[in-house]
Design a protein around this ligand. Structure first.
Ligand SMILES: Nc1ncnc2c1ncn2[C@@H]1O[C@H](COP(=O)(O)OP(=O)(O)OP(=O)(O)O)[C@@H](O)[C@H]1O
Ligand SMILES: [Mg+2]
Length: 257
């Protein structure tokens, strides 16, 4: 009897293991609990200029530099602007495109979002089906592992009600998770103290970036709010953007896994 229950307990132990993908950003893996889990959709939320685009783009680039294909989906900034603003960090995105390691999908023009809307209406109501299908094809044809979608807020005006928005984000996140990607999706927040949003509840992980005014200056910090399946850090950590990109300054906090 005892043997049987012991065997059952052993058999019951989950064989599912979380596979971690190193972010490649100095200091970030430490505060995440090792890296971003493969298959997770992460929301990177913060105010204007808090570093959402830079951090998420660097994550994709660091993968490319290791030979992992990546995709940048830009919904606000046009392609040429992304090339310029990321170029200041010394990152030549066109080189990575030529090496077939990076794909930039530019959905920034209003008419592109309008096409997404129009196509959705043909399908019976506003939806992201058109974009999800295109993105899925790109992930399959390039074998992309790391993705960035910047910012999720661009979709919000396509939907009149919160239910449709939640349903469509759920569909998008489901496709990304099913394709075994690590997707950083950015979210614009009006204030650092803003209550948590639908996107953050739906995501598997949430990182918030802060750029708080302290006296006459602003200080950057980063917080891992949630990372399902991992024991992440409890604090906020100083975060820096310099001419070479992003850096997190970890403390000596320890983790028990
Ligand atoms: N070489 C550099 N050294 C220090 N800071 C820099 C450098 N280049 C750019 N920055 C800063 O990095 C920040 C870039 O922010 P980024 O565009 O990633 O923010 P964001 O959160 O995506 O903003 P938005 O909501 O406007 O899209 C800007 O505040 C910019 O001033
Ligand atoms: Mg941005």
């Amino acid at each position: 009897m005892l043997m049987k229950s012991q065997k059952r307990s052993e058999a019951f132990m989950s064989k599912n293991k979380i596979e971690l993908v190193s972010s490649g950003i100095e200091g970030l893996d430490g505060i995440l609990g090792g890296g971003f889990p493969l298959g997770w959709v992460i929301v990177v939320a913060g105010g204007p200029g808090s570093g959402k685009t830079t951090l998420s783009t660097e994550f994709v680039i660091q993968g490319c530099l290791k030979g992992e294909p990546g995709i940048l989906v830009t919904l606000n900034e046009p392609r040429h602007h992304v090339l310029t603003t990321m170029g200041v960090f010394g990152w030549d995105l066109e080189f990575l495109e030529r090496e077939e390691l990076l794909t930039i999908l530019d959905y920034s023009a209003t008419n592109v979002l309008y096409s997404i809307h129009k196509q959705g209406m043909k399908d019976g109501g506003p939806s992201l089906n058109f974009m999800i299908d295109q993105l899925q094809d790109k992930i399959d044809s390039t074998g992309a592992i790391r993705l960035m979608i910047d910012p999720l807020n661009a979709f919000s005006f396509l939907f009149k009600d919160k239910f449709s928005m939640r349903r469509e984000l759920h569909k998008l996140f489901g496709m990304l998770a099913g394709r075994k990607t690590v997707s950083l999706t950015t979210l614009e927040l009006g204030s650092s103290e803003m209550p948590f949003t639908v996107e953050e509840f739906l995501a598997y992980g949430v990182v918030r970036l802060y750029h708080k005014k302290i006296g006459r200056d602003r200080e950057r910090s980063i917080e891992v709010v949630k990372m399902r399946g991992l024991k992440q850090s409890k604090s906020s950590f100083p975060f820096e953007i310099s001419s070479t990109g992003c850096r997190v300054f970890e403390s000596t906090e320890t983790f028990d896994f």
